[in-house]
Design a protein around this ligand. Structure first.
Ligand code: DCP
Ligand code: MG
Length: 543
């Protein structure tokens, strides 16, 4: 049977019973989402007919439910008894009040436009959705504006991204412009693009934009540490390939020196991220027992690949985290894993909580102590997937790896709730290899070679970008939300906090500017509660 992602329609079900139903389903490893989103495969409802369901859910029409099983509580009860989702029988299905064979489904409901909350933090945005052909086009327009970076381009880029984000949240494929009527954040330009795709299958403006310049800019800015300003200069010099830039560009900055290393221009895989987490955890726990360590960023949101591995750390005892990162780096260095990197001291002070920072990408930068660097991992670990007890790929945070909700999601969300403990990956041997090799060779010998020479060595390791971030415990859950992202989600939730609540949200905390007080949080759920938002799982934050 296909993976089940269940949404229980709260209407006509008492709150307590609803919670019991969700708990019962999760106990049976069924994924249950709190908010209706594009991943939902089954809806369970107490309503007696489909029209009531459509009305309650404020859907455009029954067409939005075409690919979803809408079922009675009887199906739910049968499944709970069976311990797993049972096959759907006719008696389980919720049907239309009157058969609509005579009007082909073109009832008046079809003309009712769909309504979505204005902010992305008020709705679920999953990796998989129904409108990729539109969102891809809008995000090319966004990328182009970001790369061109002329006056007003950053706000144009944001407008394209907001529109794309709305379409990602739609729980049905867009088939007519009328479905957009009541949606906010889709401006005239975006509407023209969408209309053209609806009519012709593609948008000529988007096709034209993807010219030679655009392709070169995409290639150059995909290199670690290279922004659009540098990429433009390279194109002006007549460079077109990474090789041109590699031969022509000299810099003493470690990031740029490493920029061309081929390893860093291949995506980091999930199992590599898990391996890195395992090594860091082992060393971290030796130095500081009780340390809390969490992979954040794209991997926590359900991506199977990323450009780096972001690991956020804290300790529940106040102050224990001070000086920890330097000690951790020392140990990792002695293991021969660190290739290069930069330790940034914390620049945090309490006034950061209230200071007005721009809601731009730069304005979102935090002030935690962190290390941004490059480490070695054994080549073999990208070949062997990490496995947990059940034999399935291990979990990261509370999401599965495809963002498709195919596993049960933990419901609690406290610091003590860590992702599943990974079983040793049987990669220790290769790791010990690296370690003993580092001891035998004078430590650091390899590291003194230039990255390009290192790349050409006959080697059993690959280089990977890692960010290690340390947060004091009283800021941890805000840091977790911030470092889980994505960037667009952060922008949106911060704008929402400011405009709708008069609060300043950052990765360090939430400050009520009207009441002049900070709002602490002891879980990610409390962060959402403080913001008067329904909780969104990490994999629902892919805006
Ligand atoms: N972030 C942050 N402060 C920073 C840098 C990032 O709050 N100084 C947030 C936004 C991102 C998350 O942390 O969503 C991780 O940043 P990445 O740049 O690593 O982005 P992702 O992990 O989302 O994607 P990927 O690494 O695959 O590019
Ligand atoms: Mg990342």
């Amino acid at each position: 049977m296909k993976m089940v992602c269940l949404f229980i329609l709260p209407s006509k079900i008492q709150k307590r019973r609803l919670e019991d139903m969700k708990t019962a389903a999760r106990k049976r490893n069924i994924t249950v989402v709190d908010i209706f989103c594009s991943s939902v495969t089954h809806i369970v409802t107490e309503h007696e007919n489909l029209d009531q369901v459509v009305k309650t859910m404020k859907l455009a029409d029954t067409g939005a439910l075409d690919k979803i099983q809408v079922l009675s509580v009887a199906w739910f009860t049968d499944s709970m008894k069976a311990g797993a989702p049972v096959p759907v029988e006719e008696r389980h299905r919720i049907k239309r009040e009157k058969a609509d064979t005579d009007n082909g489904g073109n009832d008046s409901n079809r003309r009712n436009p769909f309504i979505l909350p204005e902010y992305a933090c008020q709705r679920a945005t999953c990796l998989k959705h129904y409108n990729h052909k539109f969102t891809r086009a809008l995000e090319i327009l966004q990328k182009h504006a970001e790369l061109r970076d002329n006056e007003h381009d950053s706000s144009r880029a944001l407008a394209f991204r907001r529109a794309s984000c709305v379409l990602k949240s739609l729980p049905f494929p867009l088939t007519s412009m009328s479905q957009l009527k009541k949606l906010t954040n889709i401006g005239d330009h975006c509407k023209r693009v969408i209309q053209e795709i609806l009519e012709d299958g593609e948008c000529s403006e988007v096709t034209k934009l993807q010219d030679d310049w655009f392709h070169k800019m995409v290639v150059f800015t995909s290199i670690f540490g290279i922004g659009s300003a540098t990429a433009k200069k390279w194109i002006e010099k007549g460079w077109s390939t990474i090789k041109d830039a590699q031969e022509g560009h000299i810099s003493s900055d470690w990031r740029v020196k490493w920029a061309f290393h081929s390893d860093l221009n291949t995506p980091v895989k999930l199992q590599e991220a898990q391996y890195i987490q395992q090594i860091v955890r082992k060393e971290a726990e030796t130095i500081l027992p009780g340390i809390i360590l969490q992979i954040t960023g794209g991997f926590r949101r359900g991506w199977e690949e990323g450009h780096d591995v972001d690991i956020l750390m804290t300790h529940p005892e106040d102050g224990k985290e001070v000086g920890f990162l330097a000690r951790l780096l020392h140990r990792l260095h002695n293991k021969g894993i660190i290739l290069c990197g930069n330790l940034e001291k914390s620049t945090y002070s309490d006034d950061m909580l209230t200071l007005d920072s721009k809601l731009s990408a730069k304005g979102q930068l935090d002030h935690f102590e962190k290390w941004l660097g490059i480490i070695k991992i054994p080549q073999s670990c990208s070949e062997t997937p990490a496995r947990d007890d059940s034999g399935s790929l291990s979990n990261i945070g509370s999401c599965d790896h495809k963002g498709t909700n195919s596993v049960a999601h933990p419901t609690s969300n406290t610091a003590s709730e860590q992702p599943l403990n990974y079983q040793p990956l049987n990669l220790h041997e290769s790791f010990e290899d690296l370690e003993s090799k580092a001891k035998k060779q004078k430590l650091g010998t390899e590291n003194e070679l230039s990255p390009m020479k290192l790349a050409k060595l006959d080697r059993n390791w690959i280089a990977r970008r890692v960010d290690l971030i340390v947060s004091p415990y009283n800021q941890y859950f805000y840091a977790l939300v911030g470092w889980t992202g994505n960037k667009q989600f952060n922008r949106d939730i911060r704008t929402y906090a400011q405009k709708e609540l008069g609060m300043k949200l950052s990765s360090h905390g939430l400050y009520d500017l009207n009441k002049n007080c900070a709002l602490p949080a002891r879980s990610e759920k409390e962060v959402f509660e403080n913001l008067k938002l329904q909780y969104l799982e990490p994999w629902e934050r892919n805006c």
